[in-house]
Design a protein around this ligand. Sequence first.
Ligand SMILES: Nc1ncnc2c1ncn2[C@@H]1O[C@H](COP(=O)(O)OP(=O)(O)OP(=O)(O)O)[C@@H](O)[C@H]1O
Ligand SMILES: [Mg+2]
Length: 370
Amino acid sequence: MAEVMLEKVSKKFGSVVAVDNVNLNIKDGEFLVLLGPSGCGKTTTLRLIAGLEELTSGNIYIGNKIVNNVPPKDRNIAMVFQNYALYPHMNVYQNISFGLTMRKVPKDVIDKKVKEVSGMLGLESLLYRKPKELSGGQKQRTALARAIVRDPKVFLMDEPLSNLDAKLRVQTRGELIRLHERLGVTTIYVTHDQTEAMTLGDRVVVMNKGLIQQIGTPKGVYNKPVNKFVAGFIGTPPMNFIDAEISEKNGDLYLSNKDIGIKLTKEQSIKVHKVKLSNNNVIFGVRAKDFYLEKEISTDEKAAMQEIIVTIDFVELMGSETFIHFRINDALCVARMSANEDYAMGAKLDIFVDISKINVFGKETENAIL
Ligand SMILES: Nc1ncnc2c1ncn2[C@@H]1O[C@H](COP(=O)(O)OP(=O)(O)OP(=O)(O)O)[C@@H](O)[C@H]1O
Ligand SMILES: [Mg+2]
């Protein structure tokens, strides 16, 4: 079993709280992604699990055994770094086999393992090259091979793809997914790239300022963000945020400001009533994909949508789609629209919002109400 458990884990550097009371249960064989902006404590969390940093408080368990005082080399984990950290004077074969050589594994066993892993990662023809004779992607695959060959119980990966160009990153992402399917090793993967997190993770942990904001499946955190931070961090383009108020008229609740008046559904109203708001100020959040043109929706669908007339600020042609920028209640907004239409700057556009997809956050708490 290679479950990893963090129990009330904190790490302070002087007065900086890098990791703040983190509780996390990573299942055996799971691919878990730690996602968050620069400085939120992702690397520190990994280094604590690896034993490269000392805990300020809390406990870490690997395979049900407390490892607080176990040195890194005895934790049976392998770490892959952003900068590959290959030995420059050794060739690919020597880099991959270094850990095994140090552990005095017999030569023929090492040779078999290196051949197997280099085959898995397409490195067979590169085994006698030095790192400086490799491309970025080949270096990263060598670093991965070096981690895999040790048969660790847990892989820790810190932004392993960030030095690769966009195309290679997508390709290597695919390789990582296949490797995980094949090896099934518990993996904790750090990134600040939400696309990477969404495509790789069984579950995603969103962090900010040392604190866990939300843990969930990629779909879960995308569809039901618990607060404005998560909503804004996950998804491209980022969610639109518009100041609004909750108001009541004839027993119905409305989300309104000078440009909109959206009547909430019964279920939504019940949810809003449940939250004891200290005032009526909220933030209306809507994703670019949840705006529609009238011709794209049926009459039935229209009944569940709110019409908004906007003035087009500017238009971005993306090829397969077009981003339309406009303002609602002075907030800059973007809608993802069909590329088959022509849109003119300054023109009025009639758009429809799917009411069931809207998000509402408390203005002060920034926590999700809807
Ligand atoms: N050795 C250290 N000494 C002092 N402060 C540190 C040390 N290591 C990290 N920190 C601080 O702890 C916080 C978390 O850092 P960490 O490296 O874990 O962030 P990160 O999420 O990995 O960021 P990035 O995406 O930029 O790599 C930051 O405020 C950082 O400045
Ligand atoms: Mg980092």
